[in-house]
Design a protein around this ligand. Sequence first.
Ligand code: GLN
Length: 188
Amino acid sequence: MKIGVLALQGAFREHRQMLERCGCEVIEVRRPHHLEEIKGIIVPGGESTTIGKLLNDWELMEPLRQKGQEGFPIFGTCAGMIILAKEIAGSQQPRLALMDIRVIRNAYGRQVDSFEMPLAIKCLDKTPFLGVFIRAPYIDQVGPNVEVLASHDDKIVMVRQGNLLACSFHPELTKDERVHRYFLSLIG
Ligand code: GLN
């Protein structure tokens, strides 16, 4: 199966390696025509303002938004989750605005810039998944069509809305393939 990783900025190499371990052929997406070759795409962590700007500059914003609206599977991690959100607290930065979620950027404050936390994820087996959070956002509001897959301390950190999946943390920085395999299962 050919899967894309948006490769404009951020942690796309780690996603690539994880997807290859899961047996996928990976296309690094930088141009609109790359979207035609793939069955789904991961929008990686990085800096969401930069990724949003580059999506516009490289003329990927509109075609990717349209595909997302038509049921194309998109998985956003960390900054990628911000890019998928309809609402970003206090920001009008460019984004796909596909998911009915409100995100708070850099929401954990400076003292806990980065941390790890075992998470119970609803769509996986019972073994906790190690969430690696790096200047992470969280979700404080979701629409009725959004399924919450993981949260801790009242903070929502993983959600699904049909073909769209998003999480606050970085599953590509672990050796645990379960979250990526779950995304691939949505593609079928
Ligand atoms: N803080 C970053 C942002 O707001 C996200 C951090 C990350 O992706 N690791 O874009």
